[in-house]
Write a protein that binds this ligand. Structure first.
Ligand code: SAM
Length: 298
């Protein structure tokens, strides 16, 4: 890291470094970003995120050689189809995840799989898959649950952010990311890097090949998905959306589930406001309600 990069890094760490800011950034610029990311991705940013927005977008402003946040945002808004929009979105998403996060859902899936696999293809959609730890944990759960049986299982994983999708497809992780995994899982599912790849591990091809990654914006009218699912994991993404958007998305998810289909959401995403559509079946886990299924069938 050269001295200038180090200065930038320090500046980004310091949430109150207004005076040391490299680019002019006003409350108006922040409000514009809030509006634009909401329109494009449904993501709500509250007032406490003002410094975070600066830190996340400053690289984009710098690398385009813009003089200020205002000129960067002018450029963006002047070109609604510019590829810069994707980089703007990628910079503003929060991608925190880990292998077997909220592990109780994977236990539930194992049981669900045993109950329903074998009756045709068992299909899973992981709807905000970030850097891949979640869908690969689903794939590992499936491999462990099938114990050599050859049931037909399909896993589709999607995210809005193209950068995390690329990381997920590569399936290479720093060894620290595997710290909480048992040594059996590490041995069974990962290959340790050597030479240039020392300090990293890659998922074995049998796990990688089980997951089909694609870009899906949950706020878009069209989701490139066909058929119904046995299980949908849509975890820790709806917290970024307002309740009207959550309801719209959850109704579409309900319609994509088979009657016994399992929906898992994040730990702070209780669906109490969706009682007409989903019935709880475990901690932050749901199945479509009978009333919803009857209505959908009529
Ligand atoms: C906090 S991560 C959650 C990752 C994973 N589901 C988990 O629980 O560990 C949220 C993910 O949602 C994605 N996301 C945000 N807005 C989205 C949208 N409108 N459509 C699809 N994915 C979105 C982000 O890119 C990010 O990877």
């Amino acid at each position: 890291m050269n001295r200038q990069d180090a200065a930038h890094a320090l500046q980004e760490q310091d949430g109150n470094a207004e005076e040391g800011r490299e680019f002019h950034y006003t409350a108006r610029d922040f409000s514009r970003v809030v509006r634009l990311i909401r329109e494009r991705a449904g993501i709500r940013l509250n007032a406490s995120k003002e410094q975070m927005v600066y830190s996340r977008l400053v690289r984009r402003v710098r690398s385009l050689g813009e003089a200020s946040f205002q000129s960067y945002l002018d450029r963006l808004e002047a070109q609604p189809d510019s590829p810069e929009w994707q980089l703007f979105i990628n910079a503003l998403t929060t991608n925190l995840t880990e292998f077997f996060r909220e592990a109780h859902h994977f236990d539930l899936l194992r049981v669900h799989l045993q109950q329903h696999a074998g009756a045709g293809r068992y299909r899973i959609w992981c709807a905000a898959s970030s850097t891949g730890e979640e869908p690969y944990s689903l794939a590992m759960t499936v491999l462990e649950g099938l114990q050599g049986n050859t049931f037909d299982v399909e896993i589709i994983a999607s995210d809005l952010d193209t950068h995390v999708l690329a990381v997920a497809s590569a399936a290479i992780y720093p060894l620290e990311r595997l710290d909480k995994l048992s040594s059996e899982r590490k041995r069974a599912f990962f290959l340790r890097g050597k030479g240039e790849r020392a300090g990293f591990a890659r998922l074995k091809s049998e796990v990688r090949e089980m997951v089909d990654f694609r870009q899906i914006n949950l706020q878009h009218e069209h989701w490139p998905l066909e058929g119904r699912f046995d299980a949908i994991f849509c975890r820790n993404v709806m917290i970024y959306f307002d309740q009207a958007a959550q309801r719209r998305i959850l109704l579409r998810i309900a319609a994509l589930l088979k009657p016994h289909g399992l929906l898992c959401v994040g730990h702070s995403e209780s669906l109490h406001f969706m009682g007409d559509v989903f019935r709880p079946c475990g901690r932050t886990a749901y199945v479509p309600s009978e009333a919803f299924m009857q209505k959908a069938a009529s």
